[in-house]
Design a protein. Sequence first.
Length: 421
Amino acid sequence: MTVTRTTMGRSADAVGGTGGTVSAPAPLLLDDGAPAADAWTLDPTLGHLNHGSFGAVPRVAQAEQQRLRVLMEAAPVAWFPALPHVIADARQHAAAFLGTDSADTAFVPNASAGASVVYSSLPVGHGAEILVTDHGYGAVTMGAERLARRWGGTVRTVAVPLDADADASLAALTDGITDRTALIVVDQVTSPTARQFPVAALSRAAHERGVPVLVDAAHAPGLLADPLRDLEADFWVGNLHKFSCAPRGTGVLVARGPLVPELNPLIDSWGATDPFPERFDNQGTLDLTSWLAAPTSLAFVEDTWGWDTVRAYMSDLADYAVDVIADAFSAFTGEDHRVDVGMPVGALRLVRLPAPLSIGHGAGNDLRDRVLQDLGVECAFTAFDGIGYLRLSTHAYNTPADYEDFAERCVPVLWNWAQAS
């Protein structure tokens, strides 16, 4: 079943829109016919339009993590010595979900921690250069800058236009490689600009020049069907607690190639002499139940709807959400608020905000907090190249009504805020 909607206010052609009608996907349901949202514990009095920032954990995974915590606290002397073996089993589930080998896969707290592992483990390259893009995640870029200072080197930022396609993006990055480049850090799916980069082609080009590549794939697990397919990157870091819905603090580091023996966890523990990735399975007395409960989240989505079905739904819903909200802004501005990101991706979308909303350092977070406090909606706001954006990220529990409500109730308020600014 689909719901069709005609462009609100003026015609789509008048505001530069797509024209015609847009189909809203039928909301996902649980096996008993209940709304998908019933499988989560999200506050029903709030709108949840920002799954991509912190994820959301299904009830069954929360229950599994709590069950494991009870076992841990009931017999800690039995729990911790056996923990590395149990983690190794959970790693196999995570690797299978990602389509890779568990022998290449280590658990880390999050993608940023995985990047920090790489930064702290690489041999020192005195005076060397690290290549990043202007779409990178701030924390990962700051880690690269810290590494460059330790090396006495530099970080060079490659500017890639927001609307650059795969060929143009690849050309910009490969043209940025010099004989001083010792590491390339690139996003598979960007956080601030909701687009992809051609990481497989870039990795091949970089390896031809002997340059290792770190792929920041924080958003990729669950969002992309096969994120490691044909990818020859030396290091790949992703979060299972975003679109894969695992408990928070569950990330993975996939590593291949000659630098793998150099990788060590950020905490030296009794597994320090073990090979990669086993040395990451022993982290002392940390509560690692989130890692152990991750397979429950992965299995829940697969068994309830199937991951391919959920990915298709998220993408269709994101398309609908953009049209509803962009048209609502257009009714006030007479402009098109859709955004060409060159290499769009699944559940993540941008809608251009009326200027000057969400421009400048910290402005996105300020606007996020104001919308949550005044309008009761969890959103993400970003900026790129002097333009502010609403970043939408959908998931199985979202419905078309979530975005229709935002368009009707929140867009007029945002327009008033923009006018007041």
